[in-house]
Design a protein around this ligand. Structure first.
Ligand SMILES: [Zn+2]
Length: 235
């Protein structure tokens, strides 16, 4: 096989395993929940990458103070390190979903690893909470050819988002996070924020912006719901 044929074959495999399913799942697949169709002004806050021993308890304090329920997409490795925080998330009425075991990019995982990673995550959550989570959001929001099949095998609905605020970036400001959420909010919106990872100290900005976001959206008449509640409204 010539070098050109080898390159073409490699690109073909890359397109079939990574590019095409990623585009399809992010933009077209009806299996992926990107926003609700709520007739009411409902909005869902979601937090990825935790639990984090510093930021997640503070986040839970903010949500409790505001009487707001949210959805936490947790990482299996973090769950094993901080199960008591996972328990608190659950006990305070928030929903919990899988966000992979080690936050590895889907394009860097084999089919076997894709299934195994998700199964380990679900098992970690189930072992501490006693029930099977029903949501999955892939790390980085990226899919490979097997991501949907792995989620289906474990009975997981796939959640994406309609609003992101780049709150993981070093250059992000509290004002930017606030403006990004408020300017894009509409009934049924799913907002993705982060309580772990990102640039050093990034979740501190998220926590600073959050009370302002909640206050403004409440004044606009929004009700905060979990993805379970949002889906219930949709069906
Ligand atoms: Zn993530």
């Amino acid at each position: 096989m010539s070098i050109f044929a080898s390159i073409a074959a490699a690109f073909g495999i890359f397109a079939i395993y990574c590019l095409i399913p990623n585009y399809w799942m992010r933009n077209r697949s009806k299996r992926v929940v990107r926003c609700g169709e709520a007739n009411e002004p409902w909005i869902a806050l979601t937090f990825d990458d935790g639990p984090n021993p510093i930021y997640t308890p503070k986040l839970l304090d903010i949500l409790k103070e505001a009487n707001v329920k949210a959805t936490f997409f947790v990482v299996g490795k973090q769950v094993l390190k901080h199960p008591h925080i996972l328990s608190r998330i659950h006990c305070e009425g928030h929903s919990v979903g899988c966000h992979s075991f080690s936050h590895r990019h889907a394009w860097l995982m084999s089919p076997w690893h894709t299934f195994k990673d998700l199964e380990l995550t679900r098992r970690a959550i189930e072992s501490f909470l006693g029930y099977k989570p029903c949501w999955y959001r892939p790390p980085w929001g990226m899919f490979n050819l097997c991501s949907a099949a792995a989620a289906r095998k474990l009975g997981l609905d796939i959640a994406y988002w309609s609003i992101e605020a780049q709150d993981w970036e070093a250059k992000t400001t509290v004002q930017h996070i606030y403006d990004a959420v408020i300017s894009q909010a509409q009934p049924g919106s799913i907002v993705v924020l982060h309580d772990n990872r990102g640039a050093p100290g990034a979740p501190a900005k998220t926590l600073e912006a959050l009370p302002l976001i909640i206050d403004t959206l409440k004044k606009k008449g929004y009700t905060f719901v979990t993805l379970d509640q949002l889906k219930g409204e949709m069906t």
